[in-house]
Design a protein around this ligand. Structure first.
Ligand code: ZN
Length: 265
């Protein structure tokens, strides 16, 4: 599937040449075990609610909820089981599908008045009749930071569910903060290092639950690590030859670590 472009419509009808993504009420996504894909041909009987979420050249991709009849080679996969099938294309697809699903089906009330919001509208907004506010889906910006010093890269083990992997510094952007300030703050908080030459590399949408990840590299002024024991279990400098186990593709941390190793001085 080439050139997936975000496109949203509640009105557009699906053609027989279009494709669907299906997510059920347990937030499991329909997967074809034979093709290893998360997109499917439009079945004869579609659930009544469908939302166009992508345009890819001349075909549309529609988000629907649970299908009544499943083909034998299809099953609904929970988050835990879909990681191993992710590549860049499927991550783009899943990321938008899950986040739009949450917006449509899980975000139901106005945060000011508690009033029930309208159904989603053509511009993806929902409206509160009580306070006349329009709401749009939200995402959480996060930074990743690969820090280098003297041809070594700093990798840490975070105190979270994935303790076996060593990765880059990560954190949520604070309200009112620039991305560069966030990188400086997170690096100082987590490992006590001051940095210079902050460079942007790339970004990636991550749907568990709604992060927009932005990857940076920077150079440390010295190599004296002082770790924050609440957030970090361990932090070390690594050369390219003795890397520990890092996050797999297609995660942005993987891209950032590999790119930093290639370009570090
Ligand atoms: Zn309201």
């Amino acid at each position: 599937m080439k050139n997936l472009t975000s496109s949203f419509s509640i009105k557009q009808e699906s053609k027989s040449t279009d494709l669907i993504v299906s997510i059920n009420s347990k937030k499991e996504i329909l997967f074809n075990k034979k093709t290893k894909k998360f997109v499917h041909n439009v079945p004869e009987k579609l659930p009544s609610q469908k939302f166009k979420i992508f345009q890819s050249e001349d075909l549309g991709i529609f988000l629907v909820n649970e299908l009544e009849h499943l083909q034998e080679e299809c099953e609904y996969l929970s988050k835990r089981f879909l990681y191993s099938y992710l590549d860049e294309d499927s991550l783009t697809l899943i990321s938008r599908a899950f986040q739009i699903y949450d917006w449509i089906y899980k975000q139901k009330y106005c945060s000011r008045t508690g009033n029930k919001l309208s159904q989603v509208r053509e511009d993806l907004s929902k409206h509160c009749d009580s306070c006349s506010r329009d709401y749009f889906p939200k995402m959480s910006p996060c930074i990743l930071a690969a820090i280098t010093f003297n041809k070594k890269i700093l990798l840490v083990k975070h105190n979270n569910e994935i303790r076996t992997l060593s990765t880059v510094i990560a954190g949520f952007v604070e309200l009112g903060e620039s991305l560069e300030d966030c990188v400086k703050r997170e690096v100082f908080e987590e490992v006590g290092l001051e940095i210079k030459n902050i460079k942007y590399l790339a970004s990636q949408s991550w749907p568990f639950p709604n992060q927009l990840m932005m990857a940076f590299s920077a150079e440390a002024l010295n190599d004296q690590i002082d770790i924050d024991n609440n957030e970090i279990l361990e932090a070390n400098w690594y050369s390219e030859e003795n890397l520990p186990q890092i996050p797999p593709e297609p995660s942005l941390s993987n891209t950032l670590i590999k790119n930093t190793l290639k370009t570090m001085t």
